[in-house]
Write a protein that binds this ligand. Structure first.
Ligand SMILES: *Cc1c(COP(=O)(O)O)cnc(C)c1O
Length: 225
């Protein structure tokens, strides 16, 4: 088993002192690895793929808080709506409407984060500030009773350049501050999800209060060919 319990204790302590939620990103990793952290008391786990998440959820304890951190397709929302704790990557009005609709069917309210684009690479998903404002100004939004927008999710560039990472995280924090201040539709407690294995300390220093850490806890991922 590849779970690094020492790294877990260290990172969990770091996050808890900083007031940040540690989401253990378990994509591609087996049930036993998730249970190993569960037994240490961990409850927040993140997955990127709907099918994998649904399968794991059905085999694991019901008190796990499942975070969906991948790119969610509209036609798959229905599979995770019954149980998902937080959807991190909402990047369109259409997707938000579908989450609202599926949550209503389950008689739930689902917490979501809007994905903001900060990376210099243009491969990463997300909305720029103007698009965020446009989404938050949509006239039907206040009537969506089954979604709660809690804040933003951001992914920095894939780089070791600390200055660049700091600049990108700072940009995300500024946008986060503006939208949480300006929009009554962003409900507290406000969440800013940014930071991964490579950069979670920098992200927390910049104001992140949710970090998504995978490989430091579970080891490198191996994708099937
Ligand atoms: C896989 C993934 C992570 C975790 O990445 P690590 O570098 O392994 O910590 C975090 N966030 C998102 C959106 C991911 O897809």
């Amino acid at each position: 088993m590849a779970v690094n319990k020492e790294a877990y204790q260290r990172i969990a302590t770091y996050c808890s002192r900083a007031g940040a939620t540690l989401v253990a990103v378990s994509k591609t990793k087996p049930i036993e690895d998730i249970l190993a952290l569960y037994e240490l008391g961990h409850r927040d786990f993140g997955e990127n793929y709907v099918q994998e998440l649904v399968s794991k959820q059905s085999q694991l304890p019901a008190d796990i808080r499942w975070h969906f951190i991948g790119h969610l397709q509209t036609n798959k929302v229905k599979y995770i709506a019954p149980f998902v704790h937080l959807i991190h990557g909402i990047d369109s009005l259409k997707l938000l409407q579908e989450v609202n609709k599926q949550a209503a069917k389950c008689d739930r309210s689902i917490d979501v984060l809007l994905q903001v684009h900060i990376a210099q690479e243009d491969t990463k998903f997300g909305l720029d500030e103007q698009e965020l404002q446009a989404l938050l100004s949509f006239p039907q939004l206040p009537a969506m009773q089954h979604v709660q927008i809690r804040g933003l999710m951001a992914m920095a560039s894939f780089t070791n350049d600390e200055e660049q990472l700091k600049a990108e995280f700072a940009a995300a924090k500024q946008i986060f501050d503006r939208i949480t201040y300006n929009s009554v539709l962003v409900k507290s407690p406000h969440l800013l999800s940014m930071g991964m294995s490579n950069d979670y300390e920098l992200a927390i220093a910049a104001g992140s209060n949710v970090v998504r850490v995978g490989s430091l806890l579970f080891g490198a991922r191996h994708y099937p060919q």
